[in-house]
Design a protein around this ligand. Structure first.
Ligand code: TRP
Length: 458
């Protein structure tokens, strides 16, 4: 049956491992190293982390399997995949809107993601030049605020990062990317372990463990729960078709359950390690606070490096790896749009990449300005946010669009698709029933309850 299945016009991964690496490359990114620590800090630690872990297990993994499955069955961009599958199942064409919303979400996420990746790029040079080596914590904070309050600098780094992204996308996801991920992801893991080793000796490692794993459920606001769930989607690259399109390049005989679990576990590990590397440093400097916001890792990690033997080299390497991690994620944010432009507008891959990249770059300017001229404060369900448009884009995409996309994916896979089809695609024995239960009831109900809770409806 599966042997007759056609291959996507965009190509196919050379093996199951290439898919795992590419999807892990998509999942592991700024979400793990930059976002997870700072939102955990903002929402008070332990209880937030536990909700996030539950969401990964109960919502994330089953939806990842659904996305890979739909992608591999449809073998096209998410928009066309959903249209084809809806037709195959005798359902309304409106299901292709999952793809449209995904394209929009990916585009909006990349517009700010590239700006933050630009910060990391700037830090490669700041750390590498020794500028940070000589600084104390006040100095490190000054270097950060000087960078983000200068829109011209941010624009330059944003432009450079977008160019890097579009070069890879233009060459096709397979070329170059597979190799880069294979080499650099293990290196990132090793360096994270080195940093955790350093953090263990700061004298505040136990404080960090307590902060990350001792839940104080009184801190669990509706905003915290929603953000934890949104982050589970964000960090696993779910809910917008990124994993779906990577799944569309997956060889027919690879196990979807096994690959999805490997990707999710690896992603979660990297996030927890990042937390264990960062919070001990935060707690050893009285003028740093866990709730520092998006600047958190840029104000803490350089301090750890400044105080560590070989810190100049490790520090530079570490920021290079953050850039690489962001790079392998950003291409997956735009790939669904590019694939659609190729399929439906007859564009070449290069011009599809150029046009979608230019549009994203332009929208990114709103984020560039969010840390200076356009900065404003607002209250998001009890948490004060300081960076105007950037925070709004982040909340809109991660906390609303991705969970909604995931909800519709779960409903389609669990309720609209014939059981025979999902069974055939997943090729599981007894564990199929577990997935079936999670995708039909647990995942959609949890997403709905959390969203409705937000509006005070439950
Ligand atoms: N998961 C990536 C990170 O944690 C970001 C990302 C890549 C993403 N592709 C995505 C987020 C698709 C949502 C949807 O940095």
């Amino acid at each position: 049956m599966s042997e007759e299945k056609k291959i996507s016009i965009h190509g196919q991964w050379s093996s199951r491992w290439s898919f795992i690496l590419a999807a892990t490359g998509s999942a592991v990114g700024l979400g793990n190293i930059w976002k997870f620590p700072y939102i955990t800090g903002e929402y008070g630690g332990g209880a937030f982390v536990i909700v996030y872990l539950f969401c990964v297990a109960l919502i994330g993994i089953p939806i990842m399997m659904a996305e890979v499955m739909l992608g591999r069955r449809g073998r096209q961009s998410p928009i066309n995949t959903m249209r084809t599958l809806a037709k195959e199942e005798g359902r309304h064409g409106i299901w292709s809107w999952i793809g449209w919303m995904g394209v929009l979400a990916g585009f909006l996420i990349l517009s700010y993601y590239a700006v933050i990746a630009g910060w990391a790029l700037a830090y490669v040079f700041r750390v590498g030049s020794g500028m940070i080596q000589a600084s104390d914590s006040a100095g490190v904070q000054a270097i950060f605020s000087e960078l983000v309050s200068d829109p011209e600098k941010l624009l330059a780094w944003h432009t450079l990062f977008m160019a890097l992204t579009m070069v890879v996308v233009a060459r096709g996801v397979k070329q170059g990317l597979e190799k880069a991920v294979r080499l650099l992801m293990p290196l990132l893991l090793i360096l994270l372990l080195v940093l955790v080793g350093y953090a263990m000796n700061t004298g505040h490692f136990n404080d960090a463990i307590d902060f990350l794993f001792k839940p104080d459920f009184s801190k669990l606001t509706a905003g915290a729960i929603l953000t934890a769930m949104g982050h589970a989607f964000f960090t696993l690259s779910l809910g917008m078709g990124a994993i779906m399109i990577y799944g569309s390049y997956l060889p027919a005989n690879a196990s979807i359950a096994q690959t999805s679990i490997i990707i999710s576990v690896a992603d979660t590990l990297v996030a927890l390690l990042a937390g264990l590397a960062i919070f001990p440093v935060v707690f050893s400097f009285p003028d740093l606070t866990p709730g520092a916001g998006p600047g958190l890792i840029f104000q803490t990690l350089p301090l750890a490096f400044a105080n560590m033997p070989g810190g100049l080299i490790f520090g530079t390497l570490f920021f290079i790896l953050i850039v690489v991690a962001a790079w392998t994620s950003s291409i997956s944010l735009i790939e669904p749009a590019v694939a659609w432009l190729i399929e439906n507008r007859g564009m070449t891959r290069v011009s599809a990449a150029v046009w979608s990249g230019l549009a994203t770059w332009l929208v990114g300017i709103a984020t560039v300005l969010s840390f200076s001229h356009w900065a404003f404060d607002f209250n998001f369900l009890g948490t004060v946010k300081h960076n105007g448009v950037f925070d709004i884009l982040d909340i809109l995409t991660a906390n609303i669009m991705l969970p909604l996309g995931g909800l519709f994916i779960a409903v389609f896979a669990g309720w609209m698709m014939k059981q025979k089809h999902s069974k055939e695609e997943l090729a599981l024995n007894h564990s199929y029933r577990l997935w079936w239960f999670l995708i039909r009831y647990v995942a959609p109900v949890l997403v709905l309850v959390i969203i409705l809770n937000l509006f005070g409806l439950i």
